[in-house]
Design a protein. Structure first.
Lengths: 457, 457
């Protein structure tokens, strides 16, 4: 609990109107898109780096846990205040500080929503590639904390690949800066890469310098269906094997297609066993040539239908199919487990088979969704955690899915993070010394363990 | 000094034949491509990770400084054993452990030479993009330690962008592993990115998993000359401004062109004030279209001549011009200062003017060489450090060049590193707290400070 004197000090920093302390208000900050909850004692909405620093000085002195939060879309529970204390919500630090497309960077505050960065860059003919499924609502601070991915990371890479620098408030309240606006910079340790993906356990990012890239001349998007899931997956490796690196290759299985059709009626063929949304971009002539090669590979793998978007609106529709999958599955049951195990791309077919087999064994529904070109699997399992028997089966299935991925040389998480969801699995992929080394870093940077405690480190 | 008992223990690990202790032998390991020296007490050549671990256990117990070394090509003195002790030379750990182009990775030991990775990948139609000037001799371990760049990093990014995982021996001798063979992996802290660029001050990398990419269908290379340096630099920003991201845009000034001609007689026009080697790659049709656009931009900037390589041999010749520059300048005087300040790309013309002005003021020769598309400047200053007055002028010029870069929003080093060369400049770009934070990390990971002591942290 936070003493009344401390609370007064905090109130002095953010003012009454940017502090929540009523149970009804706090409740909204006790959960995110993962299926656990923990109540914060206070929620604060800082507006400046200096305010964050002031807050941290107080929390550091009183050893109060602090959990950073953006839009609360974490599917691994990274923004749940597991040990209570303070939730620092960055939604009011949402300024785009500078756009400099000449030198290929933007400077943003952590509360800026991903899509707003895209919109701000559009008039300049630039974009910021990482596009997590949550991009319409999730904040860049959260994207950075989780090292978010997304469909087009196949070609363009993930969040960390776009971070040139950042400003961080440490547990002590000290303000530090790493990196610069220069696209190449090896001055000192690459600390912004360490903070990216650290899930708020090492510091609070208050400003980010992102590299941005020009919008390509042409984008081509197709939706392909197959009557066989193996052929669907094989098409993915065949296309990459042909030396083509599409922007995205998104895989959906029959269950996913049908769930989308039930909900959105996009006209997807319900009888298809597998489907791919493939997007390429670049110079027009290159796209035309590559798409022909892709068609050939798809036909060789017995594609049943290929729809090509002829207009931006049609492209939007094809993406809607893919992007709506999570929402559609979330409606099928009170809870949704969106898995994130990742395997080498050649192991995608085996991982799909294994996932279907495991979920079937436990009598669970599953929809397979995958950033297939990266081997990043998102099987979605709708269930009800109040149904104790079913939830135990979900837990058992999850353990087996994770083990199956590891047996295929895969890993725990491609882009969602560890958070509360996967800490217990760390020993499966890391040795005792590996895990201990993370603690060494954590203890050095946050000696009292006040930053997002109860998570993976 | 290392006691005889300790030496015996070390000898037991590597054997007599992989230990050097005679002054004449040690001398070769007292310097690298930077202009300082320090004698090691011993040089060891480990062959396995376990040997490295065994050595570190002994060094840790006795607090013996350990400096890792590959080919000794560091131009910032990163591989000089500033505090003596042991040089661990990784030249015998040079196995390519696995090539897996299906899943887009290779696993290598640190002593593998960069070019040997390229050669091994060639039959598979893949390559590893980072191409430091030293790539024919420098080891991947050194590339990783320095986060090496190179000409084609403009399009493809630097070393850290290709590291999927690594095995590291810590100061204590403990062996840890970070990352995996999966192209997407957010399991735990991104520690391989922290070790990359840490210049051997945090641990000894004994195995590296690198992402590799398919060789593009077409490569086009041109060499352009201008009678005005501003037009040369402006062409660079105009091309990028047109939404084209070439593989490389390498700038050479008149002094550099003439020095190359004096030495290699490649037929470069001696009267040119500036020259660019521009390379693009990708689908054939895209390259053809882009090269036309590039020609237009070059002509608009009054290019005097454009040579396009018609064959791989001609391409090689154009690159020889660029690649020979360092060697040519190195022959002009006993010492060569190869600078590495980096500025935002729009500031390249200003930085060139300033560099020429500063060196002129101090009566020094200078050749301007730059990865211009990245703003990464390599002014080369040949001089003689035994000429005390001249060397003082070099030092003064260097201080002013660094300050000029910072005044233009630039940074100390784009790809060479800090090492012995630039530690004193860190306070110009980092606050006291920023620098202290690096020490916090260093102290946590290497509490006795035995790993590459005397360097930037």
């Amino acid at each position: 609990m936070i003493g009344s004197k401390t609370k007064e000090l905090l109130k002095k920093i953010v003012g009454r109107e940017r502090l929540l302390d009523q149970p009804a208000e706090l409740l909204s900050y006790s959960y995110d898109a993962y299926h656990e909850e923990a109540m914060p004692d206070l929620v604060l909405f800082p507006e400046t780096c200096e305010e964050v620093s002031g807050i941290m000085k107080i929390c550091s002195a009183d050893k109060i846990p602090v959990t950073a939060r953006g839009a609360g879309t974490s599917v691994c529970g990274a923004s749940i205040p597991a040990k209570h204390g303070i939730v620092l919500c960055f939604s009011k630090m949402n300024k785009i500080v500078e756009i400099n497309t000449k030198d290929r960077y933007v400077i943003v505050e952590p509360g800026v929503i991903n899509i707003d960065i895209q919109k701000a860059l559009e008039p300049f003919g630039f974009f910021y590639p990482p596009d997590p499924g949550s991009m319409n609502v999730s904040t860049i601070g959260g994207n950075v904390a989780q090292n978010a991915g997304g469909p087009r990371c196949l070609k363009y890479g993930v969040t960390v690949d776009y971070i040139l620098g950042m400003q961080v408030v440490l547990a002590s309240g000290k303000i530090v800066n790493f990196g610069s606006t220069n696209v190449k910079d090896v001055t000192g340790y690459r600390l912004s890469s360490l903070f990216c993906g650290s899930e708020g356990t090492l510091g609070l990012v208050t400003r980010i310098i992102l590299r941005v890239v020009p919008v390509p001349e042409t984008i081509k998007t197709i939706l392909v269906t197959f009557d066989d899931l193996d052929n669907t997956a094989k098409s993915v490796s065949d296309i990459i094997g042909a030396g083509i690196l599409p922007v995205a290759m998104e895989l959906l299985d029959r269950a996913t297609i049908n769930a989308i059709e039930d909900s959105a009626r996009l006209g997807l063929p319900r009888e298809a066993e597998g489907s791919l949304v493939i997007e390429i971009d670049g110079v027009k002539e290159a796209c035309e040539k590559e798409i022909k090669k892709i068609y050939k590979k798809l036909e060789a793998n017995n594609a049943v239908s290929i729809q090509e978007a002829k207009t931006p609106k049609e492209r939007e529709k094809l993406w809607t199919a893919r992007r709506s999958a999570y929402g559609v599955f979330a409606k099928l049951a009170p809870d949704l487990l969106s898995e994130d195990v990742t395997v080498p791309v050649s192991k995608v077919p085996a991982m799909i088979r294994k996932t279907v087999e495991i979920t079937k064994k436990y009598g669970l529904k599953v929809g397979i969704l995958a950033h297939a070109g990266d081997g990043n699997m998102h099987p979605m399992i709708p269930a009800d955690r109040n149904n104790i028997e079913q939830w135990e089966n979900v837990e058992k299935a999850l353990v087996e899915i994770v083990q199956a991925a590891i047996d295929l040389n895969g890993t725990l998480s491609g882009e969602h993070g560890i958070g509360l969801a996967k800490t217990r699995f760390l020993p499966l992929v890391m040795s005792k010394d590996d895990i201990e080394f993370m603690s060494v870093i954590k203890k050095a940077v946050d000696p009292d363990g006040i930053l997002n405690p109860g998570k993976f480190v």
